[in-house]
Design a protein around this ligand. Sequence first.
Ligand code: ATP
Length: 286
Amino acid sequence: MITIKNLHFNYLRNKKPVIDRLCSVLLPGQIYGLLGLNGAGKTTLLKLIAGIAFPKEGKIQVFDKIPKERKIDFLSDIYFFEDEVKLPFWSLQKWLKIYSSIYTSFDHVLFDELLSQFDVDPDMHISNLSYGQKKKLNIAFGLATRARVLLMDEPTNGLDIPSKSQLRKVLAKHTHEDAIIIISTHQIRDIHPLIDHLLILKDHHFVVDQTVEQLSKLFKVTATPQEQDTVIYSEESLYGKKYVVKTLDNLEENVFDIELFFNAIMTNPDSTTIPDLNNTKTYASI
Ligand SMILES: Nc1ncnc2c1ncn2[C@@H]1O[C@H](COP(=O)(O)OP(=O)(O)OP(=O)(O)O)[C@@H](O)[C@H]1O
C-alpha cells in the first residue's frame, strides 16, 4: 500500500507549490493511470514516491517504508521507469550483471524472455541501441526486478505500434496481486484497457481519484444524450459528436472513455462532483 498524507512539495528555486495538500491511498493489485496537463507535477510526484525528491511537508509511506530514508530494502522493491532512459555506455551484459545485483528477487529468466519478446539482442552494446530499444530494455529490466512498486513515466513514448501492444500484454501478464503500478502518460489510449484506477492531478492535488469501474457507473459517452442526461462535455470526432454525460443510475457500467473524461475535467471544471461510491474518501469537487 502507498499512503500519501497532506503532501506538499516545491522546488528550491521556485516557491510556488508543485504538489499541495495531496492525499491518497494506493492499493496493491491495481494499475493506476496518472494524468495531468504538462507541468501538473506527475513526474515530481513519481520522484517523491521513489525517494528521489523529498516532501517539504506531509508524509509518504510505501508499504512500511519511508522513501526519503532510501533504505536498501525499499530501493530493491521499487523501480522508476523514467521517460528519458539514462543508461551507461556499457555492454548490455555488464550493465545487467551490475544493476541486477541490487534487486534481490531479480528474475533472469523473465528478463531474457521479455528481451526476446521485444526483439532486443542481449549481446548488443547499450550505446548501439536506438531510443525505442533502450526503452524496451529498461521495461524488461524493470519488470524482471519483481519490485512491488513500478512507477512508469510515459512508458509508450518512442515505442513502435507492435511494441505498444507487446507492452500491454507483458504488463497484463507480469503484474501480480501485491504489485502497485502507476503509469503517468499523455498517451492514455495506448494503455486504457490496463487501467484500474484513475488519478487526475490538477491544481497541485488529485481532483479525480476513483476506480475506472466506479467512474463508468457515473459517466458515459454517448452520441445521443437523453433529455434527463447532464452533458458535461462534447467533442467533434470523425464519427460525429460525442458527449460525456453524468448518468442517473449508478448501477450499470457504461462505455467509458478516459481521454474524453479527462478533457471534460480539464475544460469543464465546475460541472462535476464525483461521489465516492465506496465511501472511502471525501467527495472530490471539481
Ligand atoms: N528540477 C526542477 N527545478 C525547478 N522546477 C522544476 C524542476 N522540475 C520540474 N519543475 C517544475 O515543476 C512543475 C512540475 O513538473 P513535472 O515535470 O513534475 O510535471 P509533469 O506533470 O510531469 O509535466 P509533463 O507532462 O510536461 O512531463 C513544472 O512547473 C516544472 O517547471
